[in-house]
Design a protein around this ligand. Structure first.
Ligand code: ATP
Ligand code: FE2
Length: 324
């Protein structure tokens, strides 16, 4: 089967063509704010100006008659952005006369990485801008075992970085500065059962700007926030007896986070997997591939149900493509 997928929840407008076993083509048009963070209306304007271009690139890479379905990111994400890709996907499906399928962006992050790592049933740590969750599959759903009680870790990093005068996205800049320090400043460590909270770290980091160096703050921010995530992942592994941990989402590109998770896994005899950055951050292939799994299992989205779903949670989706 060949499916065209459109991703456009926040910053990356991406169109991709996948078959059952490979990514055939991908075209991207990233929205990078010139100042401040991601502004939903400006991001949507960027998507509207470029969506015909990225789809055109994909269509010119193949015979459009070989495309058997159109997948699009239905949520979660910014409403104005979701409406642009949804409109484009509906128009394309109607024009080509093929089924349409709305994909949950969080599940797509997981499925593209399960595909690229060949993992059957991992524990998943999904950490991105807006989302931070620990998930595992059980009885036709990805269950959320733990999650942030306030903001996603990526947004927390980006916000702090902006307040320190660094340009968006802040995560990679904080990572670089943290490598210059090993001086730990205590920061609020908040884990409640399987859930966690980052807003206290954001406040403490801003407060520390009055007296500490940026390098020390970045180091302490990462050590505290990542330790919280490691603790929850370890508890999730021990309670479910799963033996693989998979890292998903844009913040997963952070080498210190990868290192800390790898140490925890090796100490408890579990395996740790972190795919390449191109599949960790938002990409069209993840939407196309998850759409392909859904379409192959008889799921499609009627036009009347294809509206944007900005608060779409992964456990709302019945997972019909995992057998047994
Ligand atoms: P979602 O809708 O899943 O929340 P998203 O729109 O946030 O997705 P992603 O590409 O999954 O997009 O993640 C982007 C986030 O990843 C940004 O907050 C960015 O700062 C963060 N990030 C990217 N690289 C790194 C890094 N090396 N270290 C820490 N954070 C990073
Ligand atoms: Fe994402």
């Amino acid at each position: 089967m060949i499916v065209l997928g459109l991703e456009g929840t926040a910053w990356n407008l991406s169109a991709s063509l996948v078959s059952d076993d490979e990514v055939l083509f991908e075209a991207n048009s990233a929205y990078i704010p010139t100042s401040g963070g991601i502004h939903p209306r400006e991001a949507a304007q960027h998507f509207a100006s470029n969506v015909i271009g990225v789809i055109g690139e994909v269509l010119s890479s193949t015979d459009p008659r070989s495309i058997e379905g159109i997948a699009f990111s239905q949520g979660p994400g910014f409403g104005p952005c979701l409406r642009i890709v949804g409109t484009a996907a509906r128009a394309l499906a109607l024009k080509l006369g093929v089924p349409l399928v709305g994909v949950n962006h969080c599940i797509a992050h997981i499925e593209v990485e399960r595909w690229k790592t060949d993992l059957l049933d991992p524990m998943v740590l999904y950490v991105s801008g807006a989302n931070s969750q620990v998930l595992s599959y059980r009885q036709k759903r990805y269950r959320i075992l733990g999650e942030t009680l306030d903001i996603g870790i990526g947004n927390c990093l980006d916000k702090f970085a902006r307040s320190a005068g660094l340009r968006h996205p802040g995560g990679p800049k904080v990572e670089r500065l943290a490598q210059e320090s090993e001086r730990y400043l205590p920061m609020p460590y908040v884990v409640k059962g399987m859930d966690f909270s980052f807003s206290g770290i954001a406040t403490a980091a801003q407060e520390a700007m009055k007296s500490a160096s940026l390098e020390d703050i970045c180091y302490s921010f990462q050590e505290t926030a990542f330790s919280m995530l490691v603790e929850v992942c370890e508890r999730a592994l021990s309670q479910t007896d799963k033996s693989d941990l998979l890292l998903a989402g844009g913040v997963g590109a952070n080498k210190r986070l990868q290192e800390m998770l790898a140490i925890m896994c090796s100490e408890r005899g579990a395996r740790f997997f972190a795919p390449k950055t191109e599949y960790l951050q938002d990409n069209g292939a993840m939407i196309a591939y998850t759409g392909l799994l859904m379409l192959s299992n008889g799921v499609h989205t009627p036009i009347t149900d294809s509206g944007a779903n900005p608060n779409f949670r992964p456990d709302e989706v019945e997972v019909l493509w995992i057998k047994g």
